[in-house]
Design a protein around this ligand. Structure first.
Ligand code: F6P
Length: 346
């Protein structure tokens, strides 16, 4: 008999030992099934006619890829009928998605970026799906539509978070708030199998991930930190750093989860009224929960990402996450600079 632990078995054991509600277990199983379907579409590439862009833009003003829209539909269809959700919100939709009246409603909210890093699809580089699970606030009219404010909860309220990475291997990385587990898709069996038990990010690192081409748009604390890393052994940090940038947050953070490093997407002055490129609810919060659960840290330069109270569904945020020591250093540089420059803080 095989001693391998499937995602289903892991979830059932969680339900027994950690009182993970059966509804949450079902939710994760459904999301995992949807990720398998997205993986199938992504892997077909040009053969499936799914590459390329549409003419539509999402709420962020980005041109949607065919696979962005398809992945969004897969997640909506998989999750709308099971009775486990009160509503969903997606990076690809302006408004929350209401559970159709013909289906029962549940107590959770599912928030997702259906296909993160989608600019990589056409060049056959890894992409992923990010998801976050919140509890729906109590309400009197359980049949009525849910407005954005039901979703506006800090990341610390997440009851689960995860991502799927569609790469040389397809993996599902999951936290239910008690550590991080990585499951690899066994394509012959069609099952996610536990392969990475208790994922831990090393506290120290010598690797960083950021888009260096934006350097001229950054603020002084970021320039200081990056200059110090690039100065290597001769500089104040006294060691040589290596840079990696895939331009898909899932893939960059996954690497950091496996071997350490710091991922950065700072505020920059290209869009001065927006605090960063990445989205708080769909990207930063779920990835921050995973990173923290793996022993790392995640801030926006000033405070813990998961403490930020969102004011809009599609809010953006500056992101520094990964190995604790490095995230603390860049946060310290922001905090030292801020009192002298109160008008410039973003
Ligand atoms: O938010 C989408 C995203 O693709 C992230 O996954 C990634 O980290 C970032 O944008 C890449 O941005 P850039 O285009 O600056 O490399």
């Amino acid at each position: 008999m095989s001693s391998r632990t499937s995602l289903s078995r892991f979830l059932i054991e969680q339900t027994r030992s950690h009182q993970t509600p059966a509804e949450l277990r079902f939710l994760i199983e459904v999301v995992a099934r949807a990720c398998k379907m997205i993986n199938h579409q992504v892997s077909k590439g040009a053969l499936g006619g799914v590459l390329g862009s549409l003419t539509s833009e999402n709420i962020q003003g980005e041109i949607q890829k065919k696979l962005d829209v398809l992945s969004n539909e897969i997640l909506l269809e998989a999750n709308e009928w099971g009775g486990h959700l009160a509503a969903m919100a997606s990076e690809e939709m302006d408004e929350p998605y209401q559970i159709p009246g013909c289906f029962p409603k549940g107590s959770y909210l599912l928030v997702f970026d259906p296909l993160d890093g989608s600019s990589n699809i056409d060049v056959n580089v890894s992409v992923g799906t990010i998801f976050s699970v919140l509890t729906c606030p109590e309400r009197e009219d359980i049949c009525g539509d849910l407005a954005d404010d039901a979703f506006l909860q800090s990341g610390s309220k997440q009851v689960a978070a995860g991502y799927a990475i569609y790469g040389p291997q397809t993996m599902l990385v999951l936290t239910l708030g008690n550590g991080v587990k990585g499951f690899t898709l066994d394509t012959e069996l069609g099952s996610f199998i536990l392969t990475h038990d208790n994922m831990q990010i090393p506290e120290q690192t010598a690797e960083f991930a950021l888009n260096m081409s934006n350097e001229r748009h950054w603020q002084p604390p970021v320039k200081r930190y990056v200059d110090e890393m690039r100065a290597g052994e001769e500089g104040p940090l006294g060691k040589n750093y290596n840079m990696r940038w895939i331009a898909a947050m899932v893939t960059d953070v996954h690497r950091i989860l496996v071997r350490g490093g710091i991922f950065m997407y700072p505020w920059d002055k290209r869009e001065p009224d927006k605090p960063g490129k990445l989205r708080l609810m769909y990207e930063a919060n779920p990835m921050a929960m995973i990173v923290e659960q793996a022993g790392g840290a995640a801030t926006n330069g000033y405070e813990r990402i998961m403490d930020i109270e969102p004011s809009t569904l599609h809010e953006r945020v500056a992101v520094y996450m990964g190995s604790k020591e490095e995230v603390e250093r860049i946060t310290q540089y922001h905090l030292e600079w801020a009192p002298e420059n109160p008008d410039l803080i973003k």
